[in-house]
Design a protein around this ligand. Sequence first.
Ligand code: HEC
Length: 108
Amino acid sequence: MKILKFLLIVFFLSLFSNFKSFSDEAMMKKGLEIFNETAACAACHVLKAAGSEGNIGPNLDTVTMTVESVTEMVTYGLGVMPAFGEDEILTKEEIDIVSKYVVSVANK
Ligand code: HEC
């Protein structure tokens, strides 16, 4: 009986981890869509993983970023970089997704 319980736990854990990787995958897909279409970050930035070649802003494969620094930049903008949050171009959730996306694919 103990072994059965153990197997059941392993089974549910593996279900859970599959679910998690599925949601990560969905998030990455959404992030790419926001980067290339919804916000058109691609028009101004190089990001190899997204296939973008914009050169108005810095090449995102060569700068040092954290999820926090990207979130702040996308929310408030700077100079030519639009304030996607303040100007309500993107929702908080979209900014969160695109920031995580950029940081996780940059320089790859
Ligand atoms: C109209 C062009 C334009 C668009 C669209 C744009 N950016 Fe930018 N971005 C810039 C420019 C220009 C800078 C440099 C700002 C400065 O330093 O004066 C910048 C800076 C940044 C930085 C900081 C880079 C560093 O040097 O640390 C990040 C991160 C960034 N942008 C991400 C994004 C993301 C993500 C999006 C889409 C949600 C986006 N940008 C959309 C033009 C743009």
